[in-house]
Design a binder for this molecule. Structure first.
Ligand code: DX5
Ligand code: ZN
Length: 223
């Protein structure tokens, strides 16, 4: 079984003091940094790119940086994020002409590879690539914005992908992203997630350690 990972999404951090925010959330018990990249094309919002990833590394961040690409096209930007210090790079199959090639590009650049399924994306997209992946990321909101509500059908999808991973590729992590809160994380863990992105639930709280601690305790109760 994969260890539990809490990955705060810095989308909801205070960007005017990003380095300090990342230091604080890691000191508060976060395991990874979830880094949302949006292009105002694949998704209707615009955020941060490789320069900011590199700046966090230069600031001294050593924790894994989990880059979630919501950009189209995908392949052009992969080497830039690998050079900028990304640990894992995940992308949406709808944004890549050649999903298998993009996975190989990520791995060839020395990063772990993840595939992201939107709420309406069928799990069959995993059929011929699951074994090649390091992570499957299920969106429980439509990508583009923090602070949206968890879409309940993601639980059924988690159970389906958990069964695929257990049967075929137990090395693969199962990450959930969108609307994860202290009060729903236990159900999400019970449905099969091992890696939990949370943006607004953590960064909008006064005490990061308190929220992360309660999330970890809730997950520990079911896995
Ligand atoms: C949405 C992003 C998420 C988002 C999560 O497109 O991929 O990572 O920041 O934010 P919350 O936890 O607030 O739903
Ligand atoms: Zn994300």
């Amino acid at each position: 079984m994969q260890s539990t990972v809490i990955a705060p999404s810095i989308l909801s951090a205070n960007f005017a003091r990003l380095g300090e925010e990342v230091d604080n959330v890691l000191a508060a018990g976060a395991d990874w940094v979830h880094f949302d990249v949006m292009d105002n094309h694949y998704v209707p919002n615009l955020t941060i790119g490789p320069l900011v990833c590199e700046a966090l590394r230069k600031h001294g961040v050593t924790a894994p940086i989990d880059v979630h690409l919501m950009v189209e096209p995908v392949d052009r930007i992969i080497p830039d994020f690998a050079s900028a210090g990304a640990s894992m790079i995940s992308f949406h199959p709808e944004a890549s002409r050649h999903v298998h090639r993009s996975i190989q590009l990520i791995k060839g650049a020395g990063c772990q590879a993840g595939l992201v399924l939107n709420p309406a994306t069928p799990v069959e997209v995993l059929d011929y690539v699951l074994e090649d992946l390091d992570m499957v990321l299920l969106m429980s909101v439509n990508p583009g914005f923090g602070g949206q509500s968890f879409i309940p059908s993601a639980l059924e999808k988690l159970r389906a992908v958990r069964a695929m991973i257990d049967a075929r590729a137990p090395h693969v992590r199962l990450e959930i992203d969108g609307g994860v809160k202290v009060d729903n994380i236990a159900g999400i863990a019970a449905a099969g997630a091992d890696t939990f992105v949370a943006g607004s639930a953590i960064f909008n709280a006064g005490d990061y350690a308190d929220v992360i601690g309660r999330m970890k305790a809730a997950v520990a109760g079911v896995r």
